[in-house]
Design a binder for this molecule. Sequence first.
Ligand code: KG4
Ligand code: ZN
Length: 347
Amino acid sequence: MRILGFESSCDETGVALVEVSDNNNIPRLISEALYSQIQMHKEYGGVVPELASRDHIRRVIPLTQHVLDQAQLHLNDIDAIAYTQGPGLAGALLVGAGFATSLAFALNKPLIKVHHLEGHLLSPFLSKDPPEFPFVALLVSGGHTQLIKVHNVGDYHLLGETIDDAAGEAFDKTAKLLGLPYPGGPELGKLAEHGDPSAYDLPRPMLYSKDLNFSFSGLKTAVFTQKKKLEVDGVDMSEQQIADFSASIQMAIVDVLVKKSLNALKQTGLNRLVVAGGVGANKELRRQLNEACSRRQIRVHYPEFSLCTDNGAMIALAAGMRIKAGVQVPEYDYSFAIRPRWSLELQ
Ligand code: KG4
Ligand code: ZN
């Protein structure tokens, strides 16, 4: 069975084709195409929802054609269509939902509606070192920071989450305060490589709280006030100061993510961790998690770097894994409703 998947929940248009076969529980990625709108949003310092929706409309057909051409297949060779139903930006989601549903209706093929975060947390199954169930997932993206106990496909138990900003949001907002371009996370990560992580003393909120929740919003205030102190007499920060600030911010975020992940593993008694979402591409996070986990005989799995941020492959994959696990039956129902806010547990 070949599934064509669409992702359009934020500022990336992703289309991908996977094949589900009888002898493999993990669908095989046949081809994929991605268009990132980052350049367009950069000018505004963040995602402009209306521009995002319009651009998804422009990209979705050429990307679909590209995926089919790459696979040397035609629309008639597709057996099912999947799309991100939520969570995400309403207008952006509507483009993917509208296009995928129309295509399924025209081809008389079934539809599978996918939760964006399920796509992220299953994305390491497309890596060279796929995990096995059960595991603890650390889901760190621009909109979410969650620790989830994953028993099996479709069986998710939320252990803790951020009570304010997400980890990616903390990277992006503090990077903006340092004058770095959008999206700040990757930029800040690069600069941090040349900085001193102990140069600035920044808070690690809820590090020792008994629960598995996070809080990152205080970081913005701390960066803002310390930066103000440096800029007396209108003197801008030096390149080295910006690098030191980047390294200190990164360390504050990574410290909390690592500590809480270890707590979640201890609490659940599991010895496997899966990291997913955009912030999962952060090299310092990977380095510290690898080090902490290898000392405790815990296996850590990551998506390939290219599949950390939003993409169509993870949506087609999640649809395939849901069908294979029998938790979802493809529907011939072409009415559609997007779900901009949608809990992963309540699917
Ligand atoms: O998963 P994603 O593409 O989108 C959401 O579903 O939100 O994650 C995007 C987030 C952004 O906040 C971006 O700054 C962050 O992931 N990010 C990073 C890195 N690469 C992406 N943060 C820190 N270090 C990175 N290397
Ligand atoms: Zn995402």
